[in-house]
Design a protein around this ligand. Structure first.
Ligand code: LLP
Length: 452
């Protein structure tokens, strides 16, 4: 295992003899074995972050709910189940994924602004630990469904505390006009109505103020804003089982950025809770996603062509695109791009682009690289919101994923083929091709193509 001694924090990716490795695996080997585009994750890297959260919050009763949306691949969830994680989900699909990975329903909290009747019924029937309700109509809906199932629904109120987390507007969720949560000004009156809603059992309060948050101050402010509400509820005899302070801790995508360490987050939250709510008995929960998995993943891609633009711009056209990693196209997000093998030739400035028919399909603008056809590149810090936001746009198969542990590589999915992409679709008229024959033809052609 490679350690960066100066930071004394495990570095899941490091150069050994000029070649980027994931733990002990040479990334050229990973690309050779599984092809590109390929997500490579470090098992130790994920577990290290997980344990950092566990250790940081250990001072009080707590739960770490991993936010499944950050990376919902079954093998990643399985790893976190084994580590003892709880889970934050936002759809019936994510509930099923956690269960399929071996998680227990009571370890799950269910968030999201638009839960359908079907979602709610499934969550109750499957025994999900808590539903975070985001509006009064939603609470009423949960109560009706729970009553008709003859159950009491465990609920928490997701509060919008109106805190500016100083994050990109695309990922801010805790400010006044956002669609998320119940306005803090209405929260007390909603809580007072809850004892009349007999099929509901109030378990706690939750907040989530945004993502890629860089400092602890917005979290502290959130605690200060929530504290009077908690005191009022307790005065009414509504004792909370938990206070869920959300996810959102930022990670460093660039060398100039810093990661919000779990230890700093926990110390700040606990200090503020001690000051504001010294008598608090409630468990303290958090919902990190990005900060558990982002740094433990890279996306490997290969250069297909070098192309020169008319006005001097140079393009490195790669086999990954916005369909494998949407963040640059969607948010203008930055991912470091580096050659897997330290190059010898001179560097040049390239736009690293995919082949999707969208001009926003650029994975990195103006990057200084030494590349040619066939060069293997790694897009760093791609473990979060990479694969989970991948799509089949332009009828491109999803990338493959592999989990590295020491010198071992375990594939987490089989590579999708073009024939998988329309397997669920129906033709309105008479089918023109026999799907079985078409698939067989494809596989035969692929067999030959792979040897070229
Ligand atoms: N809890 C709730 C209710 C959330 O909505 C989220 C993320 C999290 C926890 C986890 O937040 P994290 O610790 O990962 O920041 N696709 C965007 C990020 C969207 C985050 C949505 N909510 C990106 O690629 O930057």
């Amino acid at each position: 295992m490679t350690r960066n001694l100066s930071a004394d924090r495990l570095q899941p990716f490091a150069r050994i003899g000029g070649v980027l490795h994931c733990e002990e695996v040479d990334l050229r080997e990973a690309a050779r074995a599984f092809g590109t585009p390929l997500y490579v994750y470090s098992r130790a890297g994920i577990l290290e972050r997980w344990h950092a959260y566990e250790a940081a919050f250990a001072g009080r009763p707590h739960r770490i709910h991993y936010a499944v949306k950050a990376n919902s691949t079954l093998g990643i969830l399985e790893l976190l189940v084994e580590a003892g994680a709880c889970f934050d989900v936002v759809s019936a699909g994510e509930i099923l994924r956690v269960l399929a990975a071996g998680g227990q329903p009571e370890q799950i909290v269910f968030s999201g602004v638009g839960k359908t009747r079907r979602d709610i019924a499934l969550a109750l029937l499957l025994g999900v630990g808590c539903i975070n309700a985001e509006s009064i109509p939603e609470l009423e809906r949960i109560e009706r469904i729970a009553a008709s199932l003859g159950r009491r629904a465990p609920v928490a109120l997701r509060i919008n505390p109106n805190v500016d987390a100083h994050v990109d507007e695309h990922v801010a969720t805790g400010v006044g006009d956002s669609k998320f949560g119940i306005d803090i000004r209405d929260a007390f009156s909603v809580c007072r109505q809850l004892p009349q809603m007999r099929a509901l059992e109030l378990k706690g309060l939750s907040v989530h103020i945004g993502s890629q948050i860089r400092s602890v101050e917005p979290y502290r402010e959130t605690v200060r804003i929530l504290a009077p509400l908690v005191r009022q509820l307790e005065a009414l005899g509504l004792m909370l089982e938990h206070l869920d302070l959300g996810g959102g801790a930022g990670v460093a995508y660039r060398a100039s950025e810093t990661t919000l360490e779990p230890q700093n987050l926990a110390s700040a939250l606990y200090a503020e809770l001690d000051r504001e709510l010294p008598e608090l008995k409630a468990r303290v929960d958090v919902e990190p996603g990005r900060s558990i998995v982002a740094a433990a993943g890279v996306l490997l891609t290969q250069v297909e062509f070098i192309k020169r633009g008319r006005f001097g711009r140079s393009f490195a056209v790669v086999d990954a695109s916005m369909t494998e990693l949407l963040r640059p196209a969607l948010y203008g997000a930055y991912h470091k791009i580096e050659e897997v093998e330290t190059p010898e030739g001179p560097r040049e400035v390239f736009d690293v682009v995919g082949s999707v028919c969208e001009s926003t399909d650029c994975l990195g603008h103006g990057r200084s690289l030494a590349v040619k056809e066939g060069t293997l590149l790694a897009l760093r810090t791609a473990g979060a919101y990479g694969m989970s936001m991948a799509s089949n746009y332009n009828s491109r198969p999803l990338p493959m994923e592999v989990l590295v542990s020491g010198n071992r590589m375990t594939p987490l999915r089989r590579r999708q083929t073009e024939a998988d992409l329309f397997a669920d679709e129906l033709l309105a008229g008479e089918a023109r091709a026999d799907a079985g024959v078409l698939r067989a033809t494809l596989f035969k052609a692929l067999d030959i193509a792979q040897k070229i």
